[in-house]
Design a protein around this ligand. Structure first.
Ligand code: GDD
Ligand code: MG
Length: 362
């Protein structure tokens, strides 16, 4: 089976992390997010991958090339203007002659695709939509099904009073090729507002595939941080601390699991690095600094006695001595925080900004 991954969005809600980098290349445990998705598809036997791209396509093409380094065949379809989720897949029609998978490019999940494919064929569905439970369905697409699981209604971004179930569209579809006949070429069209409602009107067989498996979309920095915390708890649970290459750790420094430490880091005297935390390659943590529950990209410098807690710090940032970056704060690339600042309550700083010493205490 071939997979079409939708990666045309600008990732606006993930800014400032996506100011210089497209969402699929944002690192998760020090590897581009999309690499995790490719591994997942491979585990389910999918090796032919078509990417529908819009925003900064050359970044993704430059990284994955023809896919051979990653054990897959990658085909790229670049949109001159945004074609929407369905318009992008219509563009791939020439490559799709059998049941195919569509995957939103910002989803991390363990949903059992192999079982989903089997159910799709057993039910002779024209389209199957993976469903996942969430606490608040309003930022998603709500999918109502009958007792057998056949889809009866689809409401994208429902108002609170429209929410009849907490099962939402997980952004994973298996489709039969004739569905593409319902989509006009070279025009903006979405599955969520266009294709799905029209399939139901036409009486096409659309099934939900409910799953309780792990599922998260990395739409916002809060979710990005949560994905890290979840993965760290999971993949390092027994091993504790993973060093990805050689690093220097002072004998008095303490590193508490779960943590991943990129290659070439330096962790100084009396520092505490407390999991769940990821340090990107070449980070330098100076004397007495404390890092807890944080995600750092590469080449960051954390000054003496600085404190980082539950935050995301992109590449090349410098945190001045005794500064604090706390509570879901997010710093874009190359931000400089002068000494003695205190940033909390989810402050986001755009790339290349500098904050004077002792300027912010929030
Ligand atoms: N090629 C292409 N062209 N891709 C696009 C375009 C486009 O014009 N617009 C969006 N995409 C891609 C995005 O990059 C993303 O991977 C995917 O399509 C979904 O777009 P989002 O912007 O992330 O949508 P959403 O998160 O608000 O909602 C969607 O996902 C939810 C699950 O996370 C919907 O499918 C909801 O129904 C669903 O519940
Ligand atoms: Mg999304």
């Amino acid at each position: 089976m071939k997979a079409v991954i939708l990666v045309g969005g600008e990732g606006t809600r993930l800014r400032p992390l996506t100011c210089n980098k497209v969402k699929p290349l944002v690192p998760v445990l020090n590897r581009p997010f999309l690499e995790h998705v490719v591994d997942y598809l491979k585990r389910h036997g999918i090796r032919d991958i078509i990417l529908t791209l819009g925003y900064l396509p050359e970044q993704i093409q430059g990284y994955f090339g023809d896919g051979s380094d990653f054990g897959v065949n990658m085909t790229y379809l670049v949109e001159g203007f945004p074609l929407g989720t369905a318009g992008g897949v219509k563009n791939a029609e020439a490559f799709l002659d059998a049941s195919f998978l569509v995957f939103n490019g910002d989803i991390f999940t363990d949903i059992d695709l192999t079982d989903m494919m089997n159910c799709h064929h057993e039910k002779k569905a024209a389209t199957s939509i993976a469903l996942t439970p969430v606490d608040d369905p309003t930022p998603y697409g709500v999918v109502e099904t009958d007792a057998e699981g056949r889809v009866e209604r689809f409401v994208e971004k429902p108002r609170r009073e429209e929410v009849a179930t907490n099962m939402i569209n997980a952004g994973i579809y298996i489709m039969e090729p004739h569905i593409l006949g319902y989509i006009a070429p070279n025009a903006f069209f979405t599955f969520e507002h266009g294709v799905f409602p029209s399939l139901l009107e036409r009486g096409e067989v659309v099934y939900g595939y409910p799953s309780q498996a792990y599922w998260i979309d990395i739409g916002t920095p809060e979710k990005y941080l949560k994905l890290h915390h979840d993965l760290l708890q999971r993949c390092t649970a027994d091993k504790g601390v993973r060093f990805e290459g050689e690093s220097f750790v002072h004998s008095s420094a303490r590193i508490q699991a779960p943590a991943v430490i990129g290659e070439g880091c330096s962790i100084g005297k009396d520092c505490i690095v407390k999991g769940p935390t990821v340090l990107g390659p070449q980070c330098r943590v100076e004397k007495g600094a404390v890092i807890e529950g944080a995600v750092l990209w590469q080449n960051c410098r954390i000054g003496e006695k600085a404190k980082l807690r539950n935050c995301v710090v992109a590449s090349g940032c410098c945190i001045g001595e005794q500064s604090e970056v706390l509570d879901e704060c997010v710093l874009g690339d190359n931000v400089i925080i002068g000494k003695g600042n205190r940033l909390s309550r989810g402050i986001r700083i755009w790339p290349d900004r500098s904050i004077e010493p002792n300027a912010i205490s929030f």
